[in-house]
Design a protein around this ligand. Structure first.
Ligand SMILES: *[C@@H]1O[C@H](CO)[C@@H](O)[C@H](O)[C@H]1NC(C)=O
Ligand SMILES: *[C@@H]1O[C@H](CO)[C@@H](O)[C@H](O)[C@H]1NC(C)=O
Length: 308
């Protein structure tokens, strides 16, 4: 009997100490030390731990590196998610990024291949792909994000009036005191259940990183939260909680991207091919229809002639 009590105390103590040193903003982090000496890190390569500041959102570049590493090792990238782990099929656009020491993306990314491209401060490609000699002069800052959220059906219609304050509040609370002022506009389309949130900062502002917040939100809505606390992003609008169903993020950079028309001309060629094929098919249908009609006509003529 005594043994059980001792075991329970030991387990409780272990739980308590684990709780006192943990990483609120990254559930996959490993933490060590007590009180002020508590330090957390995440593996971004074999025996390559990246120290983390768990009072802030973790830079997206580190998160992507950690996800690539975990996927390579067959580790869970969702934690607590469905038992069938289809790894990175969902995570369209992920690659193994090169990060600066402060967690910012390097302007040029090659995903460990010979093919390289330039990215913005959100790590999103903003040029055509090139070879290793491609030059990316600087990291171009993303200063405006449009978050296009779809919410799950609600019992009572949402009041669009309260929506902006509610969304700004929820973003501020969940994403480590994210500046509410940056939520510059919120529009609502009730029929489409769509909330369009513009998050915008002054050009040249380098204090806030919009991309980190958007990445945490994308994970909240599409997969599972990256936070240790598994609660979801659920704004409360007029006393009603609003669960999100989907999110699409548009990036606006301080300098416009430099994609060429290559992709477009590929698209146009595809359209031309489809149109030509459709026309040929149409002509063939016409041709055979006519042939058939002629045959019928001939037969009818023959039948008419027979009795004579
Ligand atoms: C960690 O992030 C917080 C919040 O942004 C900041 O105040 C603090 O200075 C950071 N600590 C370190 C060691 O960078
Ligand atoms: C980066 O490389 C990995 C394989 O190492 C691949 O699965 C992924 O699609 C690549 N991403 C991009 C954007 O090229």
């Amino acid at each position: 009997m005594n043994m059980w009590i001792v075991l329970a105390i030991v387990a409780f103590a272990a739980g308590a100490s684990a709780q006192s040193c943990s990483c609120a903003t990254m559930k996959w982090a490993t933490c060590d030390g007590e009180g002020a000496a508590c330090g957390c890190s995440i593996l971004i390569g074999d025996s390559n731990p990246q120290p983390l500041n768990c009072s802030a959102l973790i830079p997206k570049c580190f998160l992507m590196k950690a996800e690539m590493y975990r996927a390579k090792k067959g580790l869970d990238t969702r934690s607590g998610g469905k038992p069938v782990e289809s790894a990175f099929v969902d995570n369209d656009g992920i690659y193994d990024p090169d990060c600066e020491n402060n967690g910012k993306f390097r302007a040029k990314q090659c995903n460990n291949t010979e093919e390289c491209w330039c990215v913005n401060s959100a790590g999103v490609r903003r040029t055509d792909k090139g070879d290793k000699n491609l030059v990316c002069e600087k990291l171009v800052e993303t200063h405006w994000l449009r978050l296009q959220l779809t919410h799950k059906p609600v019992t009572t219609p949402l009041s669009a009036e309260n929506l902006k304050a509610a969304i700004a509040d929820a973003i501020n609370k969940r994403y480590t005191n994210f500046d509410k002022q940056l939520v510059s506009a919120v529009e609502y389309d009730a029929d489409a259940r769509m909330i369009v949130v513009d998050v915008k900062k002054e050009k040249g502002e380098r204090k806030t990183d919009l991309a980190n917040m958007a990445y945490y939100m994308e994970k909240d809505v599409k997969v599972l939260p990256l936070f240790k606390n598994p609660e979801k992003f659920v704004p409360v609008v007029g006393g009603q909680t609003l669960e999100m169903e989907n999110i699409l993020v548009y990036y606006v950079d301080e300098d416009p991207p430099t994609f060429t028309m290559k992709h477009l001309s590929g698209g146009i060629i595809a359209v031309i091919v489809v149109v030509v094929l459709a026309v040929i098919a149409g002509l063939l249908v016409l041709f055979f229809a006519r042939k058939r009609q002629n045959q019928k006509y001939n037969k009818a003529q023959q039948r008419e002639m027979e009795p004579m």
